[in-house]
Design a protein. Sequence first.
Length: 118
Amino acid sequence: QAQLIESGGGLVQAGGSLRLSCAASEPRFTTMNMAWFRRAPGKEREFVASILSDGVTTTYADSVKSRATISRDNTKNTVFLEIHTLKPEDTAVYYCAAGVYSGTWPYWGQGTQVTVSS
């Protein structure tokens, strides 16, 4: 079964930075659009950022637009999310997702916890 495995989460102080990775188990993910979502405690899951299969076209949520960078390395079947100037409200479980068609994400990872301390 195709898998997406996130890593890079942890405890970070406010103002710090982190880099999340999402490793795909199969090369076919290199032809898919990839995205990051997050779910904060007591809140609905929300979109964070996406990158199309072209590796160039990116979209960001307003909450992270000036602080985040999504990228992909298709030679390693991996997608990255860097967030700078972290805030306590960035605390959430971050999920990687993949899909072929715009706005649809049938493949999901298990998530990685990010906790930002004030």
